[in-house]
Design a binder for this molecule. Structure first.
Ligand code: NDP
Ligand code: GDR
Length: 374
């Protein structure tokens, strides 16, 4: 059988990097799109990137951008991919309130650009298309747990843009008979998660604090509930969805939810530190009055401080998400292998390694600037 070719947008991101590894292991020729940036932005994929001068290199990177129609069309024409995975996006919900138009341009119209390029090039019967849809579509939830049939109610420019992308993918499937499908993925994390998403912000921030590199972690809504899985488990599903006889949309989730506060507590336990939460209603010893009952009494002077900062609250919040992955389990035989707590431990361990290295350098007068912006 001829070697399959895949094109990944967002190849430099968390999911893109795991998916590229996965597809290379499956024997694919993998093409990734990367954006031009003033600094190197390929840290997550450097370990799988081979010198392009080598004949046998099966992983190729191309400059491109989801806002550039001619670039996308040219790349698809050149590569002739069997599978396109559209993972590229301005993927930060809070940032989408700051840059709503750009988010729509990339996340909504960018998806249309890819689909239209495939159709325009007459490849709609050859090229299969995966769209990175999201549990953010459910937003203000209409049913719990959320499944494929649950009505959408997006709550951010990001989610509204992804709503367009969801429906245009369905539309190209129905209108042109394309094999195009949506994976409605709930939050998934890993040590490669971007530093400004909540889980990574917590594991990195607490690891830094434990090594004396930072003094305080500033957080938003600690009561938000999320269904967190591991990115490695979820990219396997992205591939599986493109290997079926007919294209269908699937919810991918663990079916278990935890709060942000719980995630902080797990991370603290991994590091062996205790947490003092501070907020707007702080009393004299710096303990937030919002902490209920016995949790508050466990706090003492010297605890790691987690301070509530209104800056990290969103204009419209998604308070709770819980997915029902029954369809994926039944039809695709998929079961997530890594629990949220195991994932948290892995993330803490990786961030601790880095924090220890930085602390050691600092001890020897080689100061490494730790970015506090998260
Ligand atoms: P990341 O933010 O880690 O990666 C996003 C990728 O998109 C990066 O490679 C980024 O490039 C690229 N990108 C951003 N803007 C553009 C653009 N204008 N043109 C081309 N590429 C661009 O996200 P994840 O890997 O976590 O998520 C992958 C996809 O899945 C996203 O579409 C996200 O919205 C969606 N999703 C994610 C979930 C999650 O929990 N992780 C859950 C549900 C959906 P650069 O590296 O240069 O910034
Ligand atoms: P989310 O992920 O918005 O669900 O989108 P994020 O980790 O950013 O937030 C999860 C929840 O934590 C609350 N929160 C904070 N969030 C951040 N980033 N920083 C904080 O300081 C903080 N404090 C509390 C948030 O309010 C929210 O409720 C992610 C992205 O990967 C999307 O691309 C993807 O579509 C969805 O997951 C599913």
């Amino acid at each position: 059988m001829a070697q399959k070719k895949a094109l990944i947008t967002g190849a430099t991101g968390q999911d893109g990097s795991y998916l590229a590894e996965f597809l290379l292991e499956k024997g694919y020729e993998v093409h990734g799109i990367k954006r031009r940036a003033s600094l190197f932005n390929t840290q997550r994929i450097d370990h799988i990137y081979a010198d392009p001068h080598m004949e046998a290199a099966r992983f190729r990177l191309h400059y491109g951008d989801l806002s550039d129609t001619s670039n996308l069309t040219r790349l698809i024409a050149q590569i002739e991919p069997d599978e396109v995975y559209n993972l590229g996006a301005q993927s930060h919900v809070a940032v989408s309130f700051e840059a709503p138009e750009y988010t729509a341009e990339v996340d909504a119209v960018g998806t249309l650009r890819l689909l239209e390029a495939i159709r325009f090039l007459g490849m709609e019967k050859k090229t299969r298309f995966y769209q990175a849809s999201t549990s953010e579509l459910y937003g203000l939830v209409q049913e719990t747990p959320q499944r494929e049939t649950t009505p959408f109610y997006p709550r951010s420019p990001y989610a509204v843009s992804k709503l367009f992308a969801y429906w245009i993918t369905v539309n190209y499937r129905e209108a042109y008979g394309m094999y195009a499908c949506n994976g409605i993925l709930f939050n998934h994390e890993s040590p490669r998660r971007g530093e400004t998403f909540v889980t990574r912000k917590v594991t990195r921030g607490l690891a830094n604090i434990s090594q004396g590199l930072e003094s305080c972690l500033y957080m938003g809504n600690l009561d938000a509930l999320r269904d967190w899985g591991h990115a490695k488990d979820y990219v396997r599903m992205q591939w599986m969805m493109l290997q079926q006889e007919t294209a269908e949309d699937f919810v991918i989730a663990t079916g278990v939810q935890y709060s942000v506060r719980q995630f902080i507590e797990w991370s603290a336990a991994e590091l062996g530190v205790t947490i003092a939460f501070e907020g707007s209603g702080v009393d004299e010893v710096g303990v937030v009055s919002a902490i209920e009952g016995d949790k508050a009494s466990a706090l003492s002077v010297g605890d790691v401080i987690v301070r509530i900062d209104p800056r990290y609250f969103r204009p419209a919040e998604v308070e709770t998400l819980l997915g029902d992955p029954a369809k994926a389990k039944t039809k695709l035989g998929w079961v997530p292998e890594i629990t949220a707590q195991e994932m948290c431990a892995e993330m803490v361990a990786e961030d601790l390694k880095v924090a220890r290295r930085h602390a050691l350098l600092k001890q020897h007068g080689l100061d490494v600037p730790v970015s506090l912006e998260a």
